[in-house]
Ligand binder design. Structure first.
Ligand code: MN
Ligand code: MN
Length: 469
């Protein structure tokens, strides 16, 4: 045996290989990946707001033997329940064979995505156009939201309690909306500005109409015409916007990307990719040893705040209800439950983008097509604010992934001191849960059109299924 071959052999044995996952995919597996991705794309097109995602999840759960927990007096092993929190977040559980006090296996994703929200007083007229004023939600690059087709989704709640659902811009026969931008011929001053100020927050006004109401004796004729249309269509008056939640989202459809259809392009994949794969995995979980808990939370993009965000104690209330209805509860038991629990904080990871390679440490970046991305710690500048998974727990998860032959990569978000980010991981970690971030690498994260690899999407589903089973 030559020295070189010996070296090769040793290298094979000792080095951590990171191979392109597609190389290991046979045609049968490829069909499964493609079929799963088609179903995921359907979900992306149906769920463009947190409320729509919760509605979609509820339908899937109802069709698969889950019950609203309020309808269950008692819970036993194998029972499947959910709790919907104000139509914007949902917690699900399958009661395990073991007692809850031995700990839960939790997977938590979020269904809110960056977007533009309407201001409370949105409607105005200027230069014989009607507009909606907006306030952006989450971390966006504002210039990306101009000159693209936009749709309006959400609810208007009238003082009599009537809730009106709005969804315009998704169907061929619907009109769409857009935010205009300056023509390059006259953009000399704008083009000199810093990119983040190129389009300002107060410039993100949605163009919604231009026909004046035909009455020479009134002013704001275009606004009046739009209000008259809205009154006929929804029965609302201008003041009803005060109690509405209307979100402006990209109108274009999620699609397969590339000649080889290897990727998914679509809005809101942060974090609906982990949300969808988690629910699908939950539906494939039966009689787990430990109770399986799935979270689809709201408000992650703005800090997990409020009573629908993960910081809220409504989640603890759900776990208390599980303890009450399994007859297991006693004072302070919930603290023991959390302390014995494990969690995959399933949120997306920054995918390595060769066009912007300079922001990444290539040895620690997440790559599209190389499997599920584990992020041991997030945070920024000296791991500040990081939820750092314990090595013992990382080893447990590695063992599970390797036993199930699921490709994985341990990654970090960008080079040191370049930036950073966070997820809901720290919130559960604070309760005593062992948590690691575990999700799908994404290109163009937070843009109106994000990109994932279908290979990784399927790996996420397999990972979550393995974790619960
Ligand atoms: Mn996210
Ligand atoms: Mn995000």
């Amino acid at each position: 045996m030559s020295e070189e071959t010996k070296g090769k052999e040793l290298k094979e044995k000792l080095f951590n290989k990171k191979e392109n996952g597609w190389l290991s995919v046979d045609s049968e597996k490829e069909n499964m990946i493609m079929k799963f991705s088609d179903e995921y794309i359907y979900f992306l097109n149906k769920g463009k707001t947190e409320r729509e995602c919760v509605t979609f999840a509820k339908k899937m759960l109802d069709e698969n033997g889950f019950k609203d927990i309020s309808q269950c007096d008692m819970l036993n092993a194998g029972d499947k329940v959910y709790y919907i929190n104000r139509d914007k977040s949902i917690y699900m559980a399958i009661i395990g064979k073991e007692k809850l006090e031995n700990g839960l296996n939790v997977i938590g994703a979020h269904v809110d995505s960056p977007r533009l929200d309407l201001k409370p007083n949105p409607l105005y007229e200027d230069g014989e156009f009607a507009y909606f004023k907006t306030h952006y939600y989450g971390g966006i690059k504002k210039y990306q939201w101009t000159t693209i087709p936009l749709a309006l989704h959400g609810v208007i709640v009238k003082t009599n309690g009537e809730k009106i659902s709005v969804n315009i811009g998704e169907y061929e026969e619907d009109p769409i909306f857009t935010i205009t931008d300056l023509l390059p011929h006259l953009a000399q001053e704008q083009m000199e500005r810093k990119l983040k100020e190129g389009v300002k927050g107060e410039d993100l006004n949605l163009l919604i109409g231009s026909i004046p109401f035909n009455d020479k004796d009134v002013n704001e004729k275009v606004k009046l015409n739009i209000m008259s249309i809205l009154n006929k269509k929804y029965g609302i008056v201008e003041a009803d916007f005060l109690s509405s939640e209307l979100e402006i989202v990209p109108a274009f459809k999620a699609r397969s990307l590339g000649f080889d259809s290897s990727m998914v392009a679509g809005y809101g994949q942060d974090d609906r990719v982990c949300s969808y794969t988690a629910i699908r995995a939950l539906l494939d979980t039966n009689m787990p040893e430990k109770t399986a808990v799935c979270i689809l939370s709201d408000k992650e993009e703005i800090g997990s705040v409020g009573n629908t965000g993960m910081e809220s104690l409504v989640f603890d209330y759900f776990i208390s209800e599980l303890l009450n209805k399994t007859g297991e509860n006693r004072p302070d038991l919930i603290r023991k439950v959390f302390n014995n629990s494990r969690m995959l904080s399933s949120d997306v990871d920054a995918g390595f983008d060769p066009i912007y390679a300079s922001v990444s440490d290539t040895k620690n970046a997440g790559y599209l097509g190389k499997g599920i991305a584990l992020v041991k710690y997030t945070g920024a500048r000296g791991k500040s604010g990081a939820s750092d998974a314990n090595a013992e727990f990382v080893a447990e998860i590695r063992k599970m992934l390797e036993a199930n032959k699921i490709p994985y990569q341990l990654t970090e978000l960008g080079k040191v001191d370049i930036g950073g980010g966070g997820t809901i991981a720290y919130i559960l970690a604070n309760k005593g849960v062992d948590v690691i971030d575990c999700g799908v690498p994404v290109l163009s994260m937070h843009a109106p059109y994000e990109v994932t690899s279908k290979f990784d999407v399927y790996c996420a589903y397999e990972t979550y299924k393995a974790f619960w089973n």
